[in-house]
Design a protein around this ligand. Structure first.
Ligand code: 3HC
Length: 320
C-alpha cells in the first residue's frame, strides 16, 4: 500500500513546526511535534520536577533545627515552594501525554534522574544559606533562559518558578551575610560549607558541552537556549563578586579574571565525580531514594481516598 497521501501532510506538519521554532514562537500541546522533541521534553521536564521534589530533602533536614522562628518560617516557605515547583512541572509534563503516576514510577524505578546536587549532605546550618546562594543561584542561571523555551507550558511554569527562585537565592545570601557578620566560628562554618558546595554547584550545569549528548539537538529545537558551558561561565562570573562581598573564598586556585576573554577563568570540576553521582553512587543517593519511596508509600491512602472521592462525585453527577 502506498503511503504517498500521508507524506505531504506530514511534511506540512514538520514545516509548520520548523517555522514556529525558527520564529522563536511557542509550541503548544495541541500542535504537532516530532517524537524526539516530545521525548526530550518529557525527559528534561520530568527530571526537573523530580529534582524539585527530591530537593526538598537536604534543607528539610534543618526545619526542626532552625535557630529562630523567623528562620524556620523562611525555610518552611522555601521547601513548600519546591513542592509547588515540582507540581507545576509535573503538570507541564502531563500536557505531553504522560501521566504523573508514570513519571513518579520512572523516578522510583531509577529510569529517570534528578539533579546530582541533591545527593550531597547538609552537615551544618550554614548549608541552608549556601544552598540558597549557590545552588539556587545556579538554578536561576540555568532556568531564566528556560522561561523562553520553545514549549509553552514549560516556559510559563518557569516564569513563576524563577520569581520564587530569586527569593530563595536572596534568603540564602542574607543568611550567610548574617553569619559572616557574626562570630569567628560562624564565619568558619560558612567557609567550610562553601568549600563543600562550590564544585557540586558547578556540576549542576551538566557535563562539558563536548560530552553533552543532548545539548546540540535541544538547542536546535529551542528547548535549551544556552549550552551547559555557557551557563556555567555565567554563574561563575555572577558569583565571584558576590563571594568577595560576603568575604568568603571560592575553593579554586585557578579562579581569576581574564581581561582578554572578559570572563573569569576557573578550574575543571572533577567530572568523574559527576558521573558517579548521576549513576547513583553519590554520598546520599541511597538515602534520598529510600526517603522518597517511603514518602510515596505513606501517601498511598491519600491517593486512594482522592480516587474514591472522584469516583463518588462522578457517580453522583451521573445520577443527577
Ligand atoms: N544531575 C543529574 N543528571 C545530569 C546532570 C546533573 N547535574 N547534568 C546532566 N545530567 C544528565 C542528563 O540528564 C543526561 O542524561 P539522560 O540523557 O539520561 O537524561 C546526561 O546527564 C547528559 O547530559 P546533557 O548535558 O546531554 O543533558 P541535558 O541536555 O538534558 O542538560 C541539564 C542537562 C542542563 C540539567 C538540562 O536537563 C536542564 O537544563 N534541565 C532543567 C533544569 C533542571 O533540571 N534543574 C535541576 C535542578 S532544580 C533546582 O535546583 C531547584 C531547586 O530549587 C530545588
Amino acid at each position: 500500500m502506498s503511503t504517498t497521501p500521508v507524506e505531504p501532510a506530514e511534511a506540512a506538519r514538520q514545516a509548520a513546526f520548523d517555522a514556529t521554532i525558527a520564529h522563536h514562537d511557542r509550541i503548544e500541546p495541541r500542535d504537532w511535534m516530532p517524537d524526539g522533541y516530545r521525548k526530550t521534553l518529557i525527559r528534561q521536564i520530568a527530571q526537573h520536577a523530580h529534582s524539585e521534589i527530591i530537593g526538598m530533602q537536604p534543607e528539610g533536614n534543618w526545619i526542626g533545627r532552625a535557630p529562630s522562628l523567623r528562620r524556620k518560617a523562611i525555610l518552611l516557605a522555601k521547601v513548600q515552594d519546591e513542592a509547588g515547583h515540582g507540581l507545576y512541572l509535573y503538570s507541564a509534563c502531563e500536557t505531553l501525554g504522560i501521566a504523573r503516576s508514570e513519571l513518579v514510577d520512572m523516578l522510583l524505578s531509577g529510569r529517570q534522574k534528578y539533579s546530582s546536587i541533591f545527593n550531597y549532605p547538609t552537615l551544618s546550618y550554614a548549608d541552608v544559606g549556601t544552598i540558597g546562594w549557590l545552588v539556587d543561584g545556579a538554578a536561576i542561571c540555568n532556568q531564566v533562559p528556560l522561561c523562553r523555551t520553545s514549549y509553552g507550558p514549560y516556559g510559563r511554569a518557569m516564569i513563576r518558578i524563577c520569581k520564587e527562585e530569586s527569593f530563595h537565592q536572596r534568603q540564602g545570601y542574607e543568611l550567610l551575610r548574617t553569619m559572616m557578620d557574626g562570630t569567628d566560628a560562624q564565619r568558619a562554618m560558612v567557609q567550610e560549607s562553601v568549600d563543600r558546595f562550590w564544585w557540586p554547584s558547578l556540576m549542576m550545569f551538566g557535563p562539558p558541552d563536548a560530552e553533552s549528548p543532548n545539548t546540540e539537538q535541544s538547542m536546535a529545537w529551542g528547548v535549551k537556549r544556552n549550552s551547559n558551558d555557557e551557563l556555567r561561565q555565567k554563574f561563575v562570573d555572577m558569583t565571584v563578586p558576590q563571594a568577595q562581598a560576603l568575604g568568603v573564598t571560592l575553593p579554586d586556585p585557578a579562579l581569576r579574571w581574564n581581561a582578554e576573554r572578559d570572563h573569569h577563568d576557573f578550574g575543571e570540576p572533577d567530572w568523574s565525580e559527576l558521573t558517579a553521582v548521576i549513576r547513583g553512587n553519590g554520598p546520599c543517593n541511597t538515602e534520598r531514594m529510600a526517603h522518597r519511596r517511603a514518602a510515596h508509600e505513606d501517601g498511598a491512602w491519600v491517593r486512594e481516598a482522592a480516587t474514591a472521592f472522584a469516583a463518588r462525585s462522578a457517580a453522583k453527577a451521573g445520577a443527577r
